[in-house]
Write a new protein. Structure first.
Length: 51
């Protein structure tokens, strides 16, 4: 059985979008916005600044 990380990497490589950005928060799970709110906001700020 392949790990979720491998499946995600395959999916992300095939994802076609005008822009895409991957920001991994190792210390959080699926609820990163609640578990690491400061890092979540910082990531959004970087993404929006790159416009």
């Amino acid at each position: 059985m392949r790990s979720l990380a491998v499946l995600f990497d395959q999916w992300y490589r095939t994802l076609q979008a005008p822009r895409k950005h991957l920001d991994v928060v190792d210390t959080a799970g699926h609820n990163v916005i609640f578990e690491e709110p400061d890092r979540f906001v910082a990531a959004l700020d970087r993404i929006l600044a790159d416009g």
